[in-house]
Design a protein around this ligand. Structure first.
Ligand code: PLP
Length: 332
């Protein structure tokens, strides 16, 4: 198989559900289903688990014993790296690019879960990602001098392998799903790249599906410069060139981003409530609520044909919602 040559550890019990969203389908007049990567047994789940199967696989294949990961205090990546390390019996060090929280402040969401896992957490101050990586590299160097073997999480090509696998899983499930119509559209967030580029790669191999990329971070040109590089890295790593190119199967939406990464929009907050009330399913506001806003808006505009199956790819991150309560305070 395509991915058999790649070092991997198993962190998922099996497939995540692909399930019809019946009430929302009726409300929108399109056949809609959800891919539920928020439902995994490990660490409250989320897309990073799929990438961690390959990141930690690579770490173990290199004989590493200490995993370093960086992110903001509500990072899903940090929480799931800590959980995967707990399961794999590896040491984990989290680096947050934020100020150390005030003594006695109450952690919420992912920060609480990290605390419960007892993982070592360092704060390098409110710097950008580039500086955070510099700090992480320094930590890795000092671990080396103590005889440890550190591994830094984040190689985007390795992480994308998890979503090449997810694309194949989803296509196999779509063939079994009783949507009445074939699956033709997938909505997913466009952000740092590994998740959506891995998915695009897998779907460029299979064809037949349009990927609707809803930006939660970058403009289109910036996004594609990142995604093209990851895509080329996957071609090299896997030794295969998909017959389709990612732009041929993708549509990019910049109009649901609002004022930038992590800044909620009224449409996203509405989408959280709409989904909760229609289906009893929750999304956070950094990623999935903006994607859902895009899907709802495109459906309302009549841009999605009523005879073509649509999938909302839920990438998880739901624990972050508990750190976002203040965003809903005006009208909850
Ligand atoms: C990290 C994350 C994403 C984006 O994944 P990338 O591979 O970084 O683009 C989407 N959704 C959730 C919930 C995430 O935590």
């Amino acid at each position: 198989m395509l991915l058999d040559s790649q070092p991997r550890i198993r962190l998922m019990g099996g497939e995540t559900p692909l399930e019809p969203a019946e009430r929302l389908s009726r409300m929108l007049g399109i056949p809609l289903c959800f891919k539920r990567d928020d439902l995994m047994s490990l660490g409250m789940g989320g897309n990073k688990v799929r990438s961690l199967e390959f990141w930690l696989g690579e770490a173990l294949s290199r004989g590493c014993d200490t995993i370093l990961v960086g992110g903001l205090p509500q990072s899903n990546l940090c929480r799931l790296t800590a959980a995967a390390c707990a399961k794999a019996g590896l040491s984990c060090i989290i680096v947050h690019n934020a100020a150390q929280p005030a003594h006695g402040s109450v952690p919420q969401g992912n920060a609480l879960l990290n605390r419960l896992m007892g993982v070592q957490t360092l704060y390098c101050g409110p710097v950008d990602e580039h500086r955070r990586m510099g700090f992480i590299r320094q930590q890795a160097a000092s671990l080396c001098s103590l005889g440890k073997k550190p591994y830094i999480i984040g190689d985007p090509v390795t992480g994308a392998l998890g979503y090449v696998a997810a694309a194949l899983e989803l296509c196999a499930q779509a063939g079994r799903l009783t949507l009445q119509v074939p699956l033709r559209h997938i909505f997913i967030s466009a952000s740092a790249g590994p998740t959506e580029t891995g998915l695009l790669f897998g779907l460029c191999l299979t064809g037949g599906v349009t990927v609707h990329l809803v930006s939660v971070e970058y403009d289109e040109a910036t996004f594609w410069s990142i995604a093209d590089e990851i895509f080329a890295g996957l071609e090299q790593r896997l030794g295969i060139r998909p017959p389709l190119r990612p732009r041929e199967i993708a549509r990019f939406y910049g109009q649901y981003l609002g004022n930038g990464y992590g800044v909620p929009t009224p449409g996203a907050l509405d989408a959280v409530r709409t989904l909760a009330r229609a289906e009893g399913i929750f999304v956070e506001t950094v990623y999935n609520a903006k994607v859902l806003h895009g899907l709802l808006d495109q459906a309302h505009q009549g841009a999605l044909p009523p005879d073509e199956g649509v999938c909302f790819y839920h990438t998880g991150g739901t624990p972050a919602l508990f750190g976002q309560a203040a965003q809903f305070m005006e009208e909850i």
